[in-house]
Design a protein around this ligand. Structure first.
Ligand SMILES: C[S@@+](CC[C@H](N)C(=O)[O-])C[C@H]1O[C@@H](n2cnc3c(N)ncnc32)[C@H](O)[C@@H]1O
Length: 305
């Protein structure tokens, strides 16, 4: 069962009109959706998106309400999806990034370095690119680049060299095979810190699902889709995601873009967003103790002006 992160904090910040229209871009186990629905009147509408068909099926069984429209799609197409539904503006949009426990715990999906499975990691099982393809078919330089860029893995080069060496003997098919290759490629002291495959698995998952590209694409669409006074709530789980969200919200809420030494403002800039909280909202110690996945979570909230 997926335990939603920063649940109360997100929904309290998200609802501005109990009769309004809302989008949950990352349905997952429906935890945020359930509390959102509990806070809304019966005439409100929620569009809940997920690109994982299995997730949608599971959650639909538990959470079918007549005012929820479930959509199987990538949130990077947000504006088109809303246009297709005949909805021009909404009161709130929530993004709870990454994978759900449902996906991590499903031993067939290959997201976890603790569970043996075929290297897959696709959130949308209809797409072609899998982690197997990257590990077995991509060049050493490309693998190094994704481990470094998406995993911030300092041993990226050593790991990708080991992968390429190993696969010259035969294919690398499973998560545990890959985990073992990584373990033997890194120095012993690194093995004693956090799990040595953690960063590489994060990097592969981000690459397979184009997670950062989708995030960069959805943020400006969310601004366009919000009514004045509507809220955007984004929960991120690692620094790569948070950096994108933080920079975007800062840029979109910057009052004046004139150089600081200009005596008067000539840009006439009217930002589309204002930050509801200057700093991100973090989970409490109690939440982290109850749900270790919350440890790295950050919630940023902005309001459409
Ligand atoms: C962290 S979970 C969301 C959990 C949910 N808020 C809850 O309370 O149960 C993230 C979900 O977003 C989905 N997801 C991730 N990236 C997506 C994208 N680009 N488009 C659509 N769904 C996406 C994943 O498939 C996953 O089910």
């Amino acid at each position: 069962m997926h335990q939603p992160v920063l649940l109360q904090e997100t929904i309290e910040n998200l609802i501005t009109d109990t009769h309004g229209k809302y989008v949950d871009c990352t349905l997952g186990g429906g935890g945020h959706l359930a509390l959102l629905l509990a806070g809304l009147a019966a005439d409100a509408t929620v569009i809940a998106i997920d690109k994982d068909a299995d997730t949608l099926k599971n959650t639909r069984l538990r959470l079918s309400a007549c005012n929820v429209i479930l959509v199987e799609s990538d949130f990077r197409y947000l504006n088109k999806l809303l246009g297709d539904l005949g909805i021009s503006r909404v009161d709130g949009i929530v993004l709870d990034l990454g994978v759900s426990s449902f996906q991590l715990d499903d031993s067939e999906r290959g997201f976890s370095f603790h569970k043996d499975a075929r290297l897959d990691m696709r959130m949308n099982r209809g797409q072609k690119l899998t982690a197997w393809e990257i590990i077995n078919r991509w060049g050493e330089e490309e693998i190094t680049r994704i481990l470094y860029d998406y995993g911030e893995e300092s041993y990226a080069r050593r790991i990708s060299k080991a992968i390429v060496k190993y696969r010259s003997q035969g294919e690398i098919n499973t998560t545990l095979e890959l985990t073992e290759i990584i373990q033997t490629a890194v120095p012993a002291r690194y093995r004693r810190e956090k799990h040595p495959a953690r960063k590489s698995f994060q990097a592969l998952r981000i690459a397979v699902n184009e997670e950062l590209e989708a995030l960069r694409e959805v943020l400006p669409q969310a601004v366009t889709a919000l009514k004045a006074g509507g809220r955007l709530c984004v929960i991120s789980f690692h620094s790569l995601e948070d950096r994108i969200v933080k920079k975007f919200l800062q840029d979109q809420s910057r009052q004046c873009t004139c150089p600081p030494d200009f005596p008067v403002c000539i840009c006439g800039c009217r930002p589309p967003l204002k930050l509801v909280h200057r700093k991100p909202i973090l989970p409490t110690e109690e939440e982290i103790a109850a749900n270790p996945r919350a440890r790295s979570a950050k919630l940023r909230v902005a309001e459409r002006i």
